[in-house]
Write a protein of this length. Sequence first.
Length: 77
Amino acid sequence: TLTKAEIKCFLENRTAKENLLKSYKLMLDFYGIELCNEETGEVKRASNWRDRFNNLNSHTHNNLRITRILKCQGTLG
C-alpha cells in the first residue's frame, strides 16, 4: 500500500507516469486488449483477443495479476 506522500511523488514524476503507461500497455497486449484512449482509459479487444482469452482461462494464476494492475491503476491513474 502506498502512502499519500508516495502517490503525490509518483504523480509529480513524469518518467514514472510514462513507465507505468508503458507497462500497462504491455500487460494489456498480453491479455489481448488495446488501449484506445489514454485520456479516458477506453480499451477494446485486440486482434489476438481470442487466443489471449483462451490463455487467460487456462492459466488462472493471471487473475491475481489483473487484480494488482487494476488496484494500481485506481491508485495511480
